[in-house]
Ligand binder design. Sequence first.
Ligand SMILES: Nc1ncnc2c1ncn2[C@@H]1O[C@H](COP(=O)(O)OP(=O)(O)OP(=O)(O)O)[C@@H](O)[C@H]1O
Ligand SMILES: [Mg+2]
Ligand SMILES: [Zn+2]
Length: 241
Amino acid sequence: MAIPASGNGKVGPCPFGKCDGSGWILGDDDLAYQCECLEPRLARARGAGINSVIPARYRGVSFDRPPITGIDSVVVNAIRDWVDDLDGNLAAGRGVWLMGDTGTGKTSLAMLVSKEILKRGRTAAIYSLPKLLGRIRSTYDNDPGDESYADFFERLCEVDMLHLEDLGTEKRTEWVLEQLYALINERYERQKSVMVTTNFDQAELEEQLGDRIVSRLVEICGDPLPLYGTDHRMQVRPPGQ
Ligand SMILES: Nc1ncnc2c1ncn2[C@@H]1O[C@H](COP(=O)(O)OP(=O)(O)OP(=O)(O)O)[C@@H](O)[C@H]1O
Ligand SMILES: [Mg+2]
Ligand SMILES: [Zn+2]
């Protein structure tokens, strides 16, 4: 599949001057509404073969609203600093690593970073590990003329940020570890940013994925940002239900 000359996955300012460049407009009721530029943006992203869509639940994430305002301020400030120097961090290939208990805001913070990246007209590929591996697999049995494995892999290597959700939960096979290593190593060598969220600590991840993958992640992301504590998903429901 050919990449259209202007369709290299980059998003820019809203062509209609209506949204902040994310394709979403936040209403007075705090709900996010689609801007008319969203569909063409999504079509371009699909054309580029990578997923850059912020899932509906996280579209409204912002530093000045819950749940971000309720998350450990040390971690939130570290994310704020990262976003403040977004271009510098992407240029240096610095990443973000959020680890900790379930329901503590890791994905919310990571989506906030990806949203800021897209808003600035930079590119992000957003995947859960199982989804990404499924997508890679699907390039194997493509019809002639469809995007090849090599093309897709190259896009994953070139995108400004590779955002991987729930590292370590995927079923571990030789093939999975090989794919993950190839991708992380290639981005490491090209000095490209990676962002991961995971429920596992560093030692557990080493056990799951091997030292080679984890040591590259450490060098790309620096120390993991820890978020431990109560599962806020449980708190949304009344007790006993
Ligand atoms: N500190 C918090 N205060 C209030 N609500 C929160 C907080 N952290 C997370 N939430 C809410 O909890 C839910 C889960 O958040 P999120 O998906 O970011 O968690 P997570 O850490 O990625 O969880 P998991 O490890 O299961 O993927 C969301 O509805 C989010 O709005
Ligand atoms: Mg999560
Ligand atoms: Zn718009």
